[in-house]
Design a protein around this ligand. Structure first.
Ligand code: 3PG
Length: 396
């Protein structure tokens, strides 16, 4: 039976064909939404999405789902906790749309400084106002603060340096995955910046990061750009800061963003002269979508041919393993089973295991990460096995 792939979001036709060429049963339905997925994804082995939400119900109703690929960067639309419970892999395509998002961030920065959307609007209404729109500060020599210096932040930095801006960054990579908030230097960084641009993932650490306190550190009249995730900025606190400090804000993400690609939209950010909102189009250039699609095909190819998951995001960063046992043995039937039996009798949980074969197929090496220590008696039993070459056991 062919592996079934459901692509539940917009995906370039050329790459749908490439998927089909991999001898996969490909269902392409870009109109599917969160509510349709539990039924539509029931018998899929692989689900590919962009921003379509993969909720707990979809994961729990799936009969053989093995891999969810986020054809993009942020994985906050996938219920990873539910996927973890069923052993379903989640992978993404990091960095593939970074340039497109950086280009939009720069576009929004220039728009804020030169009032481009208002210029255009007035012109279309028959209003000429060179006077009003001649108040741009210019970006050269201004200080830019990058909040997040990952793939996107770095691309923004390159472009801002070409504009001769002074670029500062707050790198969060060293704290990611750790349950602490380390935005300790923001009071110093934000106070320096004429322009601040956010390039963070949505995590418990970044939720609500731009709140009253952060706005209090910002300069009067500074520009803030958010092309990352909506819940990083507290919209009510932003509206206050606009009133009190004349902050100008441009974003590609906002609370209540519609799931569908077209329709009506309603937001607290509408009709405020200090705010420009785009339609979550950061990653939506042909260049970025091709790069993301190519990476998605790559992930599927590796998975199908070797079982390896590229950009696997829900692998445990830390397991409960405290000891490592390395057994070199002759590559014969039953040898490994005998070793595992000793571990079973000791009631020790194996957290990770890998068995590799040396060239020639005579010897093999099995490396196990164990929750508890193997006793001296157990080690003796293993060493007495005539098919075991050596045993080493260390605390890790
Ligand atoms: C991402 O996380 O890659 C961006 O937010 C793009 O989202 P989209 O693929 O739904 O446009």
């Amino acid at each position: 039976m062919k592996i079934k792939v459901l692509v539940a979001d917009k995906f370039p036709d050329k790459y749908i064909q490439q998927m089909k060429d991999l001898e996969l049963d490909v269902i392409y339905n870009p109109k599917l939404g969160e509510k349709d997925l539990p039924e539509a994804g029931k018998d899929a082995d692989i689900i590919v999405v962009r921003s379509t939400v993969v909720n707990e119900e979809t994961i729990n109703s799936s009969e053989k789902l093995n891999l969810i690929i986020r054809a993009g960067s942020g994985v906050n639309n996938i219920n990873i906790a539910a996927a973890n419970k069923k052993g379903i892999y989640v992978a993404n395509c990091p960095g593939m749309n970074a340039v497109a998002v950086a280009e939009l961030a720069i576009g929004l920065m220039i728009s804020l400084d030169r009032f481009i959307p208002d210029n255009v609007n007035d012109f279309n209404k028959g209003v000429w106002n060179k006077d009003k729109y001649s108040k741009g500060k210019g970006l050269k020599g201004k200080t830019l603060g990058l909040i997040g210096v990952g793939n996107i932040g770095k691309e923004v930095a390159k472009r801002a340096l070409a504009f001769e801006m002074n670029v500062y960054g707050k790198d969060i990579t060293r704290i990611e995955g750790i349950q602490i908030k380390d935005f300790s230097e923001m009071d110093q960084l934000l106070a320096l910046c004429d322009v601040v641009t956010i390039h963070l993932p949505a995590t418990p650490q970044t939720k609500g990061l731009f709140n009253k306190q952060m706005f209090s550190y910002m300069k009067d009249g500074a520009y803030l750009i958010n092309t990352s995730r909506q819940d990083i900025v507290v919209e009510d606190d932003l509206l206050e800061a606009i009133k009190e400090k004349n902050i100008r804000y441009a974003c590609d993400v906002f609370k209540g963003e519609p799931e569908s690609k077209t329709g009506e939209v309603s937001s607290k950010l509408q009709n405020n002269p200090n705010i420009y909102v785009t339609h979550h189009i950061g990653a939506s250039t042909a260049q970025a979508q091709d790069a993301v699609a190519e990476e998605t095909i790559n992930i599927i190819k590796h998975f199908v041919h070797s079982g390896v998951i590229e950009h696997w995001v829900n692998r445990a960063k830390k397991t409960d393993a405290h000891y490592q046992l390395v057994v070199k043995h002759y590559d014969k039937p039953g040898v490994l089973a005998a070793i595992l039996d000793v571990i079973r009798q000791g009631n020790i949980n194996i957290e990770e295991i890998e068995n590799i074969i040396f060239e020639g197929g005579v010897a093999a090496c099995c490396t196990m990460k164990l929750k508890a220590a193997v006793s001296a008696d157990m080690l003796k039993t293993m060493r007495e096995n005539s098919n075991v070459i050596s045993v080493s056991h260390v605390e890790i």
